[in-house]
Design a protein around this ligand. Structure first.
Ligand SMILES: Nc1ncnc2c1ncn2[C@@H]1O[C@H](COP(=O)(O)OP(=O)(O)OP(=O)(O)O)[C@@H](O)[C@H]1O
Ligand SMILES: [Mg+2]
Length: 304
């Protein structure tokens, strides 16, 4: 992997502040956020509500600007939205006056301006089928259930086959059965296409099924990336078999322990040697150790 591929997405010294209300003190949601995403890598972000996860995703999407620092994709500053980046929002964002099919096909047509209308529609239908929405192509969003609307948004983001897929709790509104099916689809698509992805989730099991690395964020304000956890579970992964991997519970316990206790104290009492510019990369192991890996010295996500 070349240096450019290793730093497909590069986030350096990112911070975001919002002006205080009625002249009050400004709110610094997060600061000194640094990480990179290699081409083909799947990154998940976990952290408590309000630590700035959606704000970071919006900056990567080109929909918000950092107060300090920079976000680059393929070496170029992300300065606005692009069809190279597909976004699935926390709340579905569909055009209410358009049908299910049109909500997907307008994005596909914008991405592939040289395609015929028949090609655009066939491609769009293929992705609606993938999320189990065949048969409701002509309904408008108001005529769909919440979970179905969310699936239209998922189909639209997948259908443009973006270089970077950005997902903000994409499965939160889905029932457990549908969520499982679409997670399996996502695993399959990402493996087939070596999709690069950045996903926010509250669900540690979902993160462990999908991610190569999980960014753990401290509580806000002034949130930081506390640690980067390597998910050393072999692929292909499936929900029914990952639980038998020796590292499954060590990783899971590490994540839950962070969320339940360490996320609150980390920001004010960071461990000695902690430097937000190089958050420690850790590998929880079955023998109870948490082998630290400095980002600069670690290799591919699944190196032994
Ligand atoms: N436009 C804005 N103006 C002022 N404050 C904002 C704005 N957007 C976000 N914030 C504040 O920034 C903080 C982080 O918001 P963000 O939506 O990024 O959090 P989050 O980590 O995604 O939370 P959740 O898990 O609940 O989705 C919150 O305190 C929020 O009130
Ligand atoms: Mg959010």
């Amino acid at each position: 992997m070349t240096e450019t591929e290793r730093r497909f997405v590069q986030v350096d010294g990112l911070s975001r502040s919002f002006p205080g209300e009625r002249g009050g003190e400004a709110l610094t949601v997060f600061e000194q956020v640094n990480f990179s995403i290699a081409r083909g890598e799947f990154i998940c972000v976990i952290g408590h509500s309000g630590c700035g996860k959606s704000t970071i995703l919006n900056i990567l999407a080109g929909l918000d600007q950092p107060s300090q620092g920079v976000a680059l994709m393929e070496g170029r500053e992300i300065a606005g939205p692009s069809l190279d980046r597909g976004v699935i929002f926390q709340n579905h964002s569909l055009l209410p006056w358009q049908s299910t099919l049109q909500n997907v096909s307008f994005a596909v047509a914008a991405r592939h301006r040289d395609w015929s209308r028949a090609q655009v529609l066939a491609h769009s239908r293929q992705y609606l089928d993938l999320v189990g929405l065949n048969g409701v192509e002509d309904r408008r969003p108001s005529q769909l259930s919440g979970g179905m609307r969310q699936r239209v948004g998922i189909a639209r983001a997948f259908a443009i086959e973006p270089k970077l897929l950005l997902m903000d709790e994409p499965f939160g509104a889905l029932d457990a059965l549908t969520r499982g099916t679409i997670q399996d689809e996502l695993v399959r698509i990402c493996q087939q296409t070596t999709q690069t992805a950045f996903m926010i989730t509250h669900d540690v099991d979902e993160a462990m099924l999908l991610a190569d690395k999980i960014l753990l964020m401290t509580n806000g304000p002034k949130a930081r990336i506390a640690e980067i956890v390597e998910v050393t579970l072999p692929r292909p992964r499936s929900r029914s078999t990952v639980i038998f991997e020796p590292n499954y519970y060590p990783i899971r316990n590490h994540l839950v322990d962070f969320l339940v206790s360490r996320s609150k104290t980390f920001r004010d009492q960071p461990p000695t040697g902690y430097d937000p510019r190089h958050p420690p990369q850790v590998r929880p192991q079955a023998d109870g150790s948490v082998a630290p890996q400095h980002p600069a010295t670690s290799g591919a996500p699944h190196d032994p």
